[in-house]
Design a protein around this ligand. Sequence first.
Ligand code: ADP
Ligand code: MG
Length: 349
Amino acid sequence: MKSKWRCFSSFIVVCLLATCDAPQPSKGPDGMMLEGRTMGTFWRVSLAGVAPERRAALQKAVQQQLDNDDHELSTWKNDSVLSRFNQYRGSDPQPVSNNMADIVTLSLRIGQQTQGAMDITVGPLVNLWGFGPAKQPVKTPDVQQIAAARALTGLQHLQVINRAGQAYLQKDLPALYVDLSTVGEGFATDNLARLMEREGINNYLVSVGGAVLTHGENAQGNAWQVAIQKPTDKENAVQAIVDLQGHGISTSGSYRNYYELDGKRISHVIDPATGQSIQHKLVSVTVIATTALEADGWDTGLMVLGTERAKALALRNKLAVYLIYKQKERFESWMSPQFAAFLSPSSAH
Ligand code: ADP
Ligand code: MG
């Protein structure tokens, strides 16, 4: 979905640390780990209790499903289902899959709950700042350019319709450009979990980019553990470890995907209210929710809002949120009580 390959799960690492798994007798066949690439990032599936002979078929099934998801949601592919909707210049309802309808419905809801901070119609601004398929600008976009791109955005211009069992997307602005990049990884992660269930597999950890979902136990018979990294390129240290208890987790980070322009760091997260790339001190937002899709939607919205508004919204909506922000050149962290409930006893926090 994205142009540049990113390192696997920039902030969330599937826990392979000694501290994560106390030695216990292994039950059934050993764990299996599958990996590959999709949507401009990496995917990983760890399984327990699955016969080794199933490896090749599972690897193929996972890759195929992810390729299908990408073909549906990508704005980087001209012929994806989403790109065709973006290219369409009319206002008639366009038939889409139930998956697409679900993603857009949830994204619009989180958009409203974050007062428009998470906005999947932000595409024209993302492209203007050079984080879409278009090239990076050589100079900072001016006020007129930003205003022109902003005029093409707005959640109110997009609707999901369900009629006689068929889902449709409808826009009332011909040039509306829907960008699902920020929820694609979360959706694909949930979809991998559904694939595992269909395959009769109950003990799995599935992950696409910065989104992870776990179910059951690992090969040692322990809860899966997910580590949140400290926010620096140099260190590989662990900040906190969580046991997801069947939930999804996703992290949004403001500083790993950026470039410098006119002496400023330009992040790929855009504040739809101003049309500017975010500039505040919030470094990463991690959210745990029932699904990885939901976690992935919230992390972006909270990232746009900045530390104080993100804290207030997390508390008001009882969200499981972990923030890392910069204060006087030091990294500080904050977690909501709902997030603390997921902390693993072995957490380094
Ligand atoms: P991260 O890499 O920090 O996890 P994501 O990949 O989830 O972030 O989302 C970043 C992408 O989302 C951007 O590249 C852009 O395509 C899109 N985007 C940027 N700003 C917003 C926003 N305010 N709301 C929704 N999507 C956005
Ligand atoms: Mg996100």
